[in-house]
Design a protein around this ligand. Structure first.
Ligand code: MTE
Ligand code: MO
Length: 497
């Protein structure tokens, strides 16, 4: 790396002087700098990022059904699992790098990092570990040089340089900590937690009708900062496998298909009873059946396999996929999809939970054999058909206080793959039920808002709601979301005073 200069400064015995903790602190600074540089390379040059790869590996492990179910029981679902994976990344990546960096020789630390990357993170390609190893070595050298303690001989006399060094050390350490803290907060701000509170905050507009894009629930296998950011110019959709004419479409090519707009409710299969992971939007796109007609099917085709830019996969038997109601959409609420919700193209399948509906799709393959999808491999439902659900939004569960004697409304939504025909509300712990007024949805695929006039007496009231769809009655059993979606009545106590 370095060219040998004739008049080289003699090396002070800098590493020997530092205690383990000092070395760890320096290595930590180098590790944070390396992570920041790597993240910049991800943003600016689209390089793979080892922490993401590590995160992927960890979620893969956390996703092993037995482990997943244990964690699910211990910690609940959604962001908690991701937070756990993220903590794992922080500990393994930053902690591991810091430990490696305490090695007396930075070059050895760099080489070890490269080898570890090759062994542990095979997905990175051959040259990435080398670059990371080299840069880590250089950073360690740099940090060590900057923070080098004074040579033994000078130490007794030179109080002032020592002072300077201490300041530099503390400054750098603080800077490193700040960068790490700030970076991590920016990177890993809990996306759906914000939505959760936004959806349920008292005084918020009720989630009647259409959910604004900014409040639309968000769930991703990725951390939000790592969701794919696709370019409208470079993005393509490949349709291949058992088709007559395999083709690759650009975003403009897709304009050949007749536009369709449809109001539809989307719900995550992990949405708990009464939970916020459900939203209603107006989607625009075109029919999958038209695209399939355009490329032509081969006789042996039995399954449609979806592939997305984040490595997410899903599948659908061809017989179900030919349903003309299955859409490929480019817009939500009359705006192009944003990154979060699948730019530029996502799948919409009525009557199924979100997990069946990949965002950021890049490939559709017709196949004779099925390939279980990302969450199916992790023990979630294969078909993911929605359960009949209903939820009380007002009064909000989060602040269940109402004014005694004042006329008010109990309001909420109900949703199913078929029209909701009746909603009943109980204010006395399911002893008696009253029929709520339904707001007729504009589409059979959209949720049904409902309301019931109510003048609460002073005291506490146990509210419950249940929905009906023709012969289908909402299930009473309090069932966990895993694996087929949560069931049970949304029930909570309200104080009237
Ligand atoms: N490519 C990709 N598509 C995906 C996912 C994902 O992680 N990656 N998550 C799925 C899940 S579990 C849900 S609930 C919905 C959520 O969509 P939304 O965040 O736009 O509401 O996207 C689905 N499609
Ligand atoms: Mo989901």
């Amino acid at each position: 790396m370095t060219s040998t200069r004739p008049s080289r400064r003699p090396r002070p015995p800098r590493y020997a002087a530092g205690s383990f903790w000092w070395r760890l602190l320096r290595a930590w600074i180098a590790a944070v700098l390396l992570s920041a540089l790597g993240y910049a390379a991800l943003i600016w040059a689209g390089w793979a990022y080892p922490p993401i790869t590590l995160y992927g590996t960890l979620t893969q492990w956390l996703g092993v059904p037995a482990i997943f179910q244990l964690l699910h029981r211990l910690l609940g679902l959604g962001q908690n699992a991701k937070l756990l994976a993220f903590s794992g990344v922080a500990v393994l990546w930053l902690g591991g790098l810091s430990l490696l960096g305490t090695l007396e020789r930075p070059l050895i630390a760099g080489i070890s990092l490269a080898i570890l990357c090759i062994l542990g993170l095979g997905a990175l390609g051959w040259w990435m570990p080398l670059v990371y190893g080299l840069v880590f070595w250089a950073l360690l050298e740099g940090v060590n040089r900057l923070l080098a303690p004074a040579p033994m001989s000078a130490q007794s006399t030179a109080a002032q340089p020592d002072q300077t060094r201490r300041t530099t050390t503390l400054g750098l350490a603080a800077g490193g900590l700040l960068a790490a803290g700030g970076g991590l907060t920016a990177l890993f701000k809990p996306g759906s937690a914000a939505t959760t509170t936004a959806a349920l905050a008292p005084g918020d507009p009720l989630p009647f009708g259409v959910t604004p894009v900014s409040q639309f629930y968000y769930v991703s296998k990725n951390l939000e900062a790592f969701d794919p950011r696709l370019s409208a110019e470079k993005w393509t959709l490949t349709v291949d496998g058992l088709v007559q004419n395999p083709r690759t479409f650009s975003l403009t090519d897709l304009k050949q298909f007749a536009p369709v707009t449809s109001e539809r409710t989307l719900s995550c299969i992990s949405n708990p009873v009464g939970g916020p992971l459900i939203s209603n939007g107006i989607w625009s796109g075109f029919r999958l059946s038209e695209l399939l007609r355009e490329v032509g099917l081969q006789k042996k085709a039995r399954f449609v396999l979806w592939e997305a830019a984040d490595g997410y996969t899903e599948s659908l038997p061809l017989g179900e996929a030919l349903d003309p109601e299955i859409l490929l959409v480019t817009q939500l609420n009359s705006q192009p999809l944003n990154t979060k919700h699948g730019f530029p193209l996502r799948v919409l399948i009525p009557g199924r939970y979100g997990m069946k509906q990949p965002r950021w799709i890049t490939r559709i393959t017709l196949s004779a054999e099925d390939q279980p999808g990302y969450w199916v491999k992790r023990d979630w439902s294969k078909t993911a058909r929605v359960e009949l659900m209903s939820r009380i939004d007002q009064p909000p569960e989060i602040s269940p206080n109402v004014k005694a004697g004042a006329p008010t409304f109990i309001r909420g939504v109900a949703f199913y793959s078929q029209p909701v025909t009746r909603v009943e509300v109980s204010t006395d712990g399911e002893t008696t039920w009253r029929e709520a007024e339904l707001v007729k949805p504009r589409s059979v695929y959209a949720w049904t808002p409902w309301q019931l006039a109510w003048t609460p007496q002073t005291g506490s009231h146990m509210l419950s709601v249940r929905a009906f769809s023709g012969e289908v009655v909402q299930k009473t059993a309090q069932k966990d979301a895993l694996p087929e979606g949560a069931t049970g009545h949304h029930t909570f106590e309200v104080q009237a005073s």
